[in-house]
Design a protein around this ligand. Structure first.
Ligand SMILES: [Zn+2]
Length: 229
């Protein structure tokens, strides 16, 4: 067998507890197996990926910590995000806060925005959109809330909102938006790809959306046990 690390020749060297043949590289002395049972498919690994992802650990670090490949980590995150369903919120007369957070996707010239709305009391994220701060993107979020007969919607002074939210419901700026401003800080701390002044950022919109979905809704949906593919 060829060494997975240095491509030198490996010789048979004992067996694992379950009888799997072990090999040892003659050059780098590393023990290895011809094939590994797929660690990345095990449920505790999937739970650990989610936990680490939402504790400020980047994808490459997660792969190193859990001893699985980067591509496995990415695959599991995307798969898990697909299984998460947006929670249905239907409480009337609540106060909501909305804000936008900038980040990069792909490269440091490609700036994009995360627009999202939270329920002030529960801090539950009602909905989010990744992309430019267009009327269309923001409207997709505000319209859902307007259907629920909200007490107030607290937003920053972005002009587009004037056409999206009726003036009687609209509260602008601090201190009305301090809960979501705090939430922004948590997001930047807990998702490595949103940390500022680091080399970390999302390589794709799909991954950014997947990570946000897990961060916002994985806990409320208890979907972790479903992901065992
Ligand atoms: Zn070797």
């Amino acid at each position: 067998m060829e060494c997975k690390k240095c491509k030198a020749r490996c010789i048979k060297s004992g067996k694992q507890k379950d009888g799997t043949q072990k090999y040892r590289c003659k050059a780098c002395k590393k023990y290895q197996q011809a094939a590994y049972k797929n660690l990345a498919c095990q449920e505790h690994i999937i739970k650990a990926i989610t936990k680490l992802l939402t504790e400020g650990v980047g994808i490459n670090s997660i792969a190193r910590i859990l001893n699985i490949s980067v591509s496995s980590v990415i695959r599991k995150i995307k798969l898990q995000a697909r299984l998460i369903v947006k929670p249905i919120i239907s409480l009337a007369n609540r106060i909501y806060e909305m804000d936008e957070l900038w980040t990069f996707v792909g490269n440091k010239k490609n700036e994009t925005w995360i627009s999202y709305m939270i329920d002030r009391v529960s801090k539950q994220v009602v909905d989010y959109k990744v992309g430019a701060r267009t009327k269309e993107n923001l409207k997709a979020i505000t319209d859902q809330i307007l259907c629920m007969n909200p007490k107030r919607i607290c937003i920053d002074g972005l002009n587009i909102y004037k056409t999206l939210v009726p003036e009687r419901l609209h509260k602008i700026g601090l201190p009305n938006t301090r809960h979501i401003e705090r939430f922004n800080l948590n997001l930047r701390t807990h998702l490595k790809r949103l940390s500022r002044k680091t080399i970390c950022f999302s390589k794709s919109i799909e991954m950014l959306e997947a990570c946000l979905k897990i961060y916002f809704w994985a806990e409320s949906r208890k979907c972790l046990s479903l992901v065992n593919a």
